[in-house]
Design a protein around this ligand. Structure first.
Ligand code: ZN
Length: 219
């Protein structure tokens, strides 16, 4: 399960949410190269931008649409399930996610989580900006979010399971909050040490716990 800054193919966890699980299957050399190229464009832990709050998007033009397309491409190339603009060093409230290869990618701009369930679950998460690190994070199982699309048209969506988790993880990025800010103290310490030393970190033991269920709850 360990993963390094330098890709060690197949063994590597996906990042933007390890919850989604599993090593990329049947990933060929070309895909791995695309993945490294995409990861090279993602801002990593230590950059102050990751602790900053992003500003609402006010201009809906071709440039914004092109940026959304770029984010989707990078998310897919990186074999992630979500990406926030902050992770590309752009402080505007914009995120993309795609949970499951069958799903269409969604671009959510100026997102607001307007409802969270009381039911919560703990599962492992990874992050493209925190390579090599996996921590347990407890989050509500269901959310309803609203925002606008690239044209500025409002829409809302309900999500559960992994999809709900991804949306919350990405909205956190827009508020300068990282998954290590939401994990328990020991895990945060372990993760910070790994990030400082360029090592890896994962919670002890039970790495399967909660995950298959979590992954299969996505609709
Ligand atoms: Zn992340």
């Amino acid at each position: 399960m360990a993963e390094e800054g330098t890709p060690t193919p197949v063994e590597e966890r996906d990042d933007e949410l390890a919850t989604e699980a599993g090593e990329p299957e049947g990933v060929d050399q070309e895909a791995l190269e695309r993945r490294s190229a995409a990861l090279a464009e993602v801002v990593k832990f230590g950059d102050p931008v990751l602790k900053s709050t992003a500003s609402p998007v006010t201009v809906f033009d071709d440039e914004l649409a092109a940026e959304a397309d770029r984010m989707i491409r990078l998310m897919r190339d990186a074999i992630g399930v979500g990406l926030a603009a902050t992770q590309l060093g752009t402080l505007r409230r914009m995120l993309v996610f795609q949970v499951g290869s069958e799903a269409e990618p969604t671009v959510l701009i100026n997102p607001e989580i307007e409802w969270r369930s009381e039911d919560a679950a703990t599962a492992e998460e990874g992050c493209l900006s925190l390579p090599g690190v996996i921590v347990d994070v407890e989050r509500p199982l269901y959310v309803r979010a609203r925002g606008v699309d690239v044209h500025g048209d409002p829409f809302s969506l309900e999500a559960s399971g992994l999809e709900a988790r991804v949306i919350q993880h990405e909205v956190d990025h827009l508020d300068g909050v990282l998954m290590i800010d939401r994990t328990e103290r020991d895990q945060r310490k372990g993760a910070l040490k790994a990030l400082r030393e360029g090592g890896t970190y994962a919670p002890e033991g039970d790495e399967e716990e909660g995950e298959p269920g979590e992954a299969s709850t996505e609709e």
